[in-house]
Write a new protein. Structure first.
Length: 332
């Protein structure tokens, strides 16, 4: 069978993306998953109970464990950020140079400090690629509930083309040409979702969360500008939009991770107990290593890093943040 779309990654978001694409006209979608049980259940029952419960996938979604069979004119990568390089390095031998790639993963590679777009440039330097980011819980997208995201590339005309091709009434894609800012917004907001969860777990109240997230947006803008992104992207769907979703809802793995820490759980215990760890855990380490030599004021990010990797006490870190001198402007 000739597939119109391929999705690399059989988790919740990958399955939701596959279901979304399968609803497009004359569409056949192949999804690659590592877990045999996921592949078998998708092909026999049109379900992925392991990662996306209570969702019936479209009948034109097929699954495979073989990367060589997961090819199509459009390929969507929905893998954990830390596995992205490994998977695409294996997959590249099967990819035609005319294929177009959409990166749906959010994160930064710890070992190199590189964004996923930079990894694509390393491995497939001549391929057209896009970044898909924005507020989007997998279960809601899979259920065809309304959502709006950003599709970004180095060429705004290409972004518009893909937006027109994939967008639907309930899945609106806004085109962008800010590859860096859109990626950073989608990746680093997970750090602040953890911080928001910690504040919630400490029972500091809604006022504290609102204040924290407002200051977090200032940090995100500073990081984006320092690394070559635009502040407008942080104020858009891939930044503030994603913050509104993931920093206030227990459906967010990053927010719920923070709550557990705020309530006294040890990060080592959480990692053992959870099937998958929140991406913000890895992104915190990656972005901290990336910006520590730059003169950027990121006290919230620094506190999250110390809590996750230096066993800092969350209450102590909160006290440090509350004791900081008040700036002359809320935007500084």
């Amino acid at each position: 069978m000739n597939f119109k779309f391929a999705v690399i990654g059989g988790g919740a978001w990958g399955s939701a993306i596959a279901n979304l694409l399968a609803r497009l006209e004359n569409s056949n979608v192949v999804i690659w998953a590592q877990e045999k049980e996921v592949v078998d259940e998708i092909n026999s029952k049109n379900k992925n109970s392991l990662f996306l419960k209570d969702i019936v996938l479209e009948k034109n979604v097929y699954a495979t464990e073989n990367l060589s069979k997961a090819v199509a004119p459009f390929i969507f990568y929905v893998t954990p950020a830390q596995n992205f390089r490994e998977i695409i390095s294996v997959h590249k031998k099967y990819i035609d140079e005319n294929c177009e790639i959409v990166i749906c993963s959010k994160g930064i590679e710890i070992s190199s400090g590189k964004l996923l777009s930079e990894i694509i440039n390393d491995i497939l330097p001549n391929i057209n690629y896009y970044i898909l980011s924005g507020p989007s819980f997998a279960h809601e997208v899979a259920n065809n509930k309304p959502a709006a995201l950003v599709i970004s590339s180095n060429n705004i005309k290409n972004s518009i083309k893909v937006s027109n091709y994939i967008s639907s009434k309930n899945f609106r894609l806004y085109p962008s040409d800010d590859i860096i800012g859109v990626q950073l917004g989608g990746a680093i907001k997970n750090i602040y979702a953890i911080s928001s969860g910690i504040v919630s777990g400490l029972n500091y109240g809604e006022n504290a969360i609102a204040a924290l997230l407002t200051r977090a947006i200032s940090e995100m803008v500073r990081i984006s500008i320092a690394l070559g992104g635009k502040k407008e992207s942080i104020f858009g769907l891939s930044g503030v939009g994603d913050i509104l979703l993931t920093c206030t809802s227990k459906l967010s793995r990053n927010f719920s991770l923070g709550i557990a820490i705020g309530e006294g759980a040890k990060i080592e215990e959480i990692i053992i107990d959870r099937k998958t760890i929140a991406e913000g855990y890895y992104t915190t380490k990656a972005i901290y290593n990336l910006i520590k030599e730059l003169e950027i004021d990121t006290p919230i990010l620094n506190s999250v890093y110390d809590i996750l990797f230096n066993a800092a006490n969350p209450i102590h870190e909160a006290d440090l943040l509350l004791s900081r001198p008040i700036k002359n402007s809320e935007f500084s």
